[in-house]
Design a protein. Structure first.
Length: 243
């Protein structure tokens, strides 16, 4: 399976362990992430218009040192799935998605007509963080999640997406289940538990296979057995309840 992500640091978080998790399960999964830190849909759209080689290409969770355009990436392989997302700070306001998302989806369809188009639902910031409370004006993490979840549902409807990868809901499930250290700076995923949760979630979503059967421990930060059990439980819960 070949997966291309048109994203930013949040898709970087989501795909850091995805290839390795699939490999541990005996599955061949290639993932390319197009990375610009903090990149919103509007900038993706402008980069299409300019055919800008603005994206650091990450291959199977590792930076390659190469810079490519969206067009080059789309035409470089036969993609089974292409993911798109809004930057997290704008994810709660659907007015920021359009008309850029519709134009991006049409461009993806033109260059990769056989690929499933998936939306990568971003996640809420850490409870009590400055970005959550002062920048966005929320009192609780759950309020931010509800707004971004609604925006992604509208986005999926408007572009007739083939699905939403519920990363944001997985974070909510994990917090409810008592998993700590999900964020590393109050908004990005932590290098251990947060990225592990995303990796298992994406693997389960893309393959439809049992997460519990996968034995992988090669995280950049230690993840204990008890936390790993909560990670898998939360990922499965998100897939069962959201998808």
């Amino acid at each position: 399976m070949n997966v291309l992500c048109i994203g930013n640091s949040f898709s970087q978080d989501a795909t850091r362990y995805l290839h390795q998790i699939a490999e541990a399960a005996g599955d061949a999964l290639k993932v390319v992430n197009l990375y610009i830190g903090g990149c919103p849909l509007r900038r993706h759209y402008n980069n299409i218009l300019e055919d800008a080689k603005a994206y650091a290409m990450e291959f199977n969770g590792v930076n390659t040192g190469f810079f490519v355009s969206i067009k080059e990436a789309l035409l470089s392989d036969e993609w089974d799935a292409v993911t798109m997302q809004q930057v997290s700070s704008q994810s709660v306001q659907y007015s920021t998605y359009q008309p850029y998302l519709t134009a991006l989806a049409a461009y993806v369809k033109k260059c990769a007509p056989k690929a499933r188009q998936l939306l990568h639902q971003t996640w809420a910031y850490e409870q009590g963080s400055q970005r959550l409370c002062e920048e966005l004006g929320y009192k609780t993490r759950q309020e931010m999640y509800q707004d971004l979840a609604g925006a992604y549902r509208q986005a999926a409807e408007d572009i007739s997406a083939d699905g939403i990868i519920p990363s944001g809901y997985a974070f909510e499930c994990a917090a409810y289940n008592g998993l700590e250290r999900l964020h590393r700076d109050t908004y990005h995923a932590s290098l251990g538990a947060g990225r592990a949760l995303l990796g298992f979630l994406w693997y389960g979503f893309l393959t439809g296979k049992d997460i519990d059967a996968v034995e992988f421990h090669g995280f950049d930060e230690p993840v204990g057995d008890a936390d790993l059990a909560l990670i898998k439980k939360s990922a499965k819960q998100a897939l069962e309840e959201y998808c």
